[in-house]
Design a protein around this ligand. Structure first.
Ligand code: DQQ
Length: 596
């Protein structure tokens, strides 16, 4: 039975935009070791790359708390320790493989290996021994990110960045030891490693994260490696006939000024006619290409949509597709170092991304873990051709239980309706709103060009006209704790403008957390379309999809009181206009089976 409460309890909070996130600390470009020495043997200057907490890297014996309200129920995470980037996801003989950056010795970044898990459904997972760990000269100081490519003869190959004895970043290969084992638990490294080294002016500390390779019509494989020269971010292009001997192409696939280091680039085709995914080597007139880069400086990812010119072997973003670090993002919250793969069993392209923490390094050490992987998302080109759309893979719906439905319900100004009957700390909820009259929408101020800033200035407690309305998730009964995911609708001379926000300013009574509010403009016309919002709620994660996946925002929150069965879910309208919930469906989510 829905309970209606009133919003008088909303306080005005002034959110801080200046909170520095922990990854900025853990991953700012610094190698402390050797104070960035000049490496005489190579005459190469190895610059700053990753900040390492040498004293914290191995604390297996540290006491970790048994009180674990922030561990997830259905997001992927190992039993303990630090994880970051998803690496080399693929499907092989019907088995999904996920590798990821992992510290086997502690809850902070360091000692990096490729951990390995497999699944038949991308939901339930079995962990295996790490697939790749330091064992040869060219990866002795770490096995960093990379990708898999399925070679002719149905033979997977891993290309990954190794850190060599001089702390140079080089690219290595690994192949399965036994191709008849669908779990591919053992990998071998060929004697030709490293197969690419930072010569001819390549910065040895900015040369990493090879992509899945694609085969061009000339029969040669291509791969790009993330790099930079000063502040010019670039994707260095290599080609190879046999996947072993690689030659550098004399120009990058693409580069962009003032963007800094490009980590974890991803380059793949999308169909302009349908939502089906394409193999990475597909080209042709009904195909556009996507280039995604993860910017080390801001820890944000950006993508462009454009054309892969085969003659020039170069990528050109479409006119209007911005590549200067201020364009489109897969996710406007916590989501980094992502990677896609083509799922040939279902003809779809799937996106994996790392969700890092918003608490402190000390909190992670106490928890004994840090980082989770986002729910895999199906990704395709929107029919406008101007952006991508993402949606959680259908398979997670097998975890649905205890469904709750609400049809056409008035959501009066100032009201809060509880969605009861589900486990609100581990849930999936989708709601769509009907705005019968838009005439009183507030006017857009032309200076509002930064949606994240606008969301923090106009948080959930700031009354508007059409909005804020949306969901209050992981909320305590008295709403002292709440994460508000919501919309506001404005109008300018020509059209309506929809803002989507995730407001963490009241997400926890705890103080020592990054509570940055996130936001983005959503390209939906509320005059002709319903405004929909789906949130995947999982204890400390809120992954939200606005406008059926046109804007995604992932947040990490650590409520003190709104945990387990003390967590509540509400729909709210803090605008001065009444609106309608046209439909709401919510489910408790069963726990995914992740065997350690
Ligand atoms: N993480 C890896 C690097 C990559 C970075 C190291 C991105 O290969 O550039 O763990 O998060």
């Amino acid at each position: 039975m829905p309970i209606t409460k009133f919003l008088s309890s909303f306080h005005l909070i002034s959110p801080s935009l200046l909170l520095s996130s922990k990854e900025a600390m853990a991953f700012t470009a610094f190698w402390f070791i050797g104070l960035c020495s000049l490496l005489l043997g190579y005459g190469v200057h190895v610059e700053a790359s990753h900040k390492v907490f040498l004293n914290l890297q191995s604390h297996q014996n540290a006491t970790t708390t048994t009180h674990q309200p922030y561990r997830t129920g259905y997001h992927f995470q190992p039993a303990k320790n630090w994880i970051n980037d998803p690496d080399g996801p693929m499907i092989y003989k019907g088995i999904y493989h996920l590798f990821y950056q992992y510290n086997p010795k502690g809850a902070v970044w360091g000692n990096i290996v490729w951990a390995h898990s497999t699944s038949t459904d991308l939901v339930n997972w079995v962990h295996h021994e790490p697939a790749i760990k330091p064992s040869i000269k060219s990866d002795i100081n770490g096995c960093w990110s990379g990708s898999t490519t399925i070679l002719p003869g149905y033979k997977p190959a891993i290309l990954y960045t190794g850190i060599d004895p001089q702390n140079r970043q080089v690219q290595n290969l690994a192949f399965p030891k036994n191709l008849s084992d669908p779990f591919l638990v053992e990998w071998t490294k060929p004697p030709q490693n490293p197969v690419m080294t930072p010569i001819d002016g390549i910065n040895a500390s900015s040369f990493r994260d090879p992509t899945t390779a694609w085969k061009a019509p000339d029969g040669k494989w291509r791969v790009i490696i993330g790099s930079k020269i000063d502040r010019l971010g670039k994707a260095i292009l290599y080609k190879s006939k046999d996947f072993i001997k690689w030659e550098r192409v004399d120009h990058p696939l693409h580069s962009s000024k003032n963007t800094g280091m490009w980590e974890c680039p991803d380059f793949f085709p999308v169909s302009v006619n349908s939502g089906v995914g394409l193999d990475t080597s597909v080209t042709g007139p009904s195909v556009k290409h996507v280039l995604k880069v993860s910017l080390d400086d801001t820890k944000h990812e950006y993508y462009t949509i454009g054309t892969y010119n085969l003659k020039k072997d170069k990528y050109f973003p479409n006119k209007g597709s911005i590549d200067n670090g201020s364009g489109l993002r897969y996710d406007y919250g916590k989501f980094y170092a992502s990677k896609t793969f083509f799922d040939s069993s279902k003809n779809r392209r799937i996106l994996w991304g790392w969700i890092n923490e918003s608490d402190s390094v000390n909190d992670d050490i106490k928890k004994g873990w840090s980082g989770v992987q986002a729910i895999p998302r199906n990704i395709w080109l929107d029919k406008s051709g101007k952006q991508l759309v993402q949606w959680p893979i259908d398979e997670i719906e097998k975890l649905h239980e205890k469904p709750v439905d609400l049809q056409s319900t008035e959501l009066k100004k100032g009201s809060v309706i509880e969605v009861s009957g589900i486990t609100a700390s581990q849930a999936d909820v989708e709601v769509s709103f009907d705005l019968s009259t838009l005439k009183n929408a507030e006017k857009v101020n032309p200076s509002w060009d930064n949606p994240q800033l606008l969301c923090s200035q106009k948080g959930a407690s700031v009354k508007g006209s059409l909005g804020p309305f949306g969901l209050l998730v992981l909320a305590s009964e008295g709403l002292e704790e709440q994460t508000a995911v919501f919309f506001r609708v404005f109008k300018n001379q020509k059209r309506y403008v929809v803002l989507m926000c995730s407001d963490q300013s009241r997400s926890s009574l705890r103080k020592d957390l990054d509570k940055t509010t996130y936001g983005a403009f959503l390209d939906v016309d509320p005059l002709h379309e319903q405004l929909s919002l789906r949130s995947l709620i999982d204890h400390s994660i809120v992954e939200s999809f606005g406008g059926k996946g046109k804007v995604c925002i992932t947040s990490r929150v650590y409520p003190k009181n709104a945990v387990y069965d003390k967590a509540h879910l509400y729909v709210f309208n803090n605008g001065t206009e009444d609106i309608r919930i046209s439909k709401l469906s919510a489910w408790s989510m069963k726990k995914a089976e992740i065997s350690y």
